[in-house]
Design a binder for this molecule. Structure first.
Ligand SMILES: Nc1ncnc2c1ncn2[C@@H]1O[C@H](COP(=O)(O)OP(=O)(O)OP(=O)(O)O)[C@@H](O)[C@H]1O
Length: 310
């Protein structure tokens, strides 16, 4: 399966609130960029309500060559879920507070540079994950980060400052849960500060939770951080920001293609999936959908193709 050599008809899914970024000029910028290069741009605006159903419905009625998510990881996940197991490729214009998946894919973080994907691209067919039956393109987790994401989601203030304030407050009284994990390859049981189900590598915050994970290897990683003494926190944080996840006595990774996660004594558990907090019944079944999503990425080599004309 190959992408059309030329992407002529493009849909841009715009999230008006993502990243607290003013998008008043965005449509005009995208429209004229595409027009100058002989592409047609159409727009779909998210509302925060029934977006997946509305987008699926729209895609059944109008034919496009690619669909771009213009927003943060939540918007990327929404569009990815609408496209999963189909032919249409996903493009990303990073416009959220974190933009983790776009960073993992090497997509430029500036709008005009990311728009280059409309005419100069490669196609990566990446894996996606189902966590308790829910779609995940990027990262899901249980434990500390899921709690902070839930509190953040309930609050009125967005941005990295609010996240750090909530994380600091929650850290003081945080009680790690006990987990039982059975994968297709091994079994592990114990308490964990946090447990990340990782298809990708990097959180929007630039924390590298899964440094060696590959997006298209048919496997995912369960990255565990054990409970740790306060004195170990700076070292763990340093490792997380320097791709050194495995360099700590408090971390471990299980690599697998299927897992069952149980929280003894609990019939449901808080999980964040691609930035959205939710409660899922336990046990939580996790499985990989190998090579299930086609994504546009920048060309690996720095070859300069001639810009397209109309
Ligand atoms: N028009 C809208 N009004 C309010 N909320 C919206 C709207 N469109 C989408 N959303 C919400 O935006 C969220 C996804 O935002 P996204 O992750 O793309 O950006 P973000 O700024 O990085 O978000 P976050 O700060 O939560 O990570 C979803 O929760 C979705 O329901």
């Amino acid at each position: 399966m190959t992408a059309p050599v030329q992407l002529r008809s493009l849909l841009f899914v715009l999230n008006p609130i993502s990243g607290d970024i003013d998008k008043a000029d965005l449509e005009g910028t995208i429209r004229s960029y595409c027009h100058e290069r002989g592409r047609q741009a159409a727009f779909f605006h998210t509302t925060g309500d029934n977006d997946l159903e509305r987008l699926r419905e729209h895609l059944q009625h109008v034919a496009y060559d690619a669909v771009f998510a213009a927003g943060g990881d939540g918007t990327v996940s929404l569009v990815a879920e609408a496209l999963v197991e189909g032919e249409l490729p996903l493009g990303i214009i990073p416009l959220g507070s974190g933009n983790g998946l776009s960073k993992d894919l090497g997509i430029p973080q500036q709008v005009e540079e990311a728009l280059r994907l409309t005419w100069d691209f490669e196609v990566l067919t990446m894996d996606t994950i189902r966590v308790g039956g829910k779609f995940s393109a990027h990262l899901a987790d249980l434990g500390f980060n899921a709690l902070v994401v839930e509190r953040f989601d309930q609050g009125d203030v967005r941005g990295p400052g609010a996240y750090i304030r909530i994380a600091t407050q929650e850290f003081i009284n945080f009680e790690p849960e006990h987990y039982h994990i059975k994968t297709d390859l091994e079994e592990w049981e114990g308490p964990a500060f946090m447990l990340t189900i990782a298809n990708a590598n990097t959180f929007g915050s630039n924390v590298v939770i899964n440094p060696e994970g590959e997006l298209d290897d048919g496997q995912f990683e369960i990255c565990l951080i054990d409970p740790f003494p306060n004195a170990a926190a700076p070292g763990i944080l340093y490792n997380l920001y320097t791709s050194g996840f495995d360099n700590s006595a408090y971390t471990r990774r299980l690599c697998c293609s299927r897992a069952t996660i149980t929280v003894p004594g609990k019939d449901n558990v808080l999980v964040q999936i691609d930035g959205e907090p939710m409660r899922l019944p336990t046990p939580v079944e996790v499985e990989i959908l190998p090579q299930s999503l086609r994504v546009l990425t920048p060309k690996a080599q720095n070859q300069e193709p001639a810009p397209p004309t109309k």
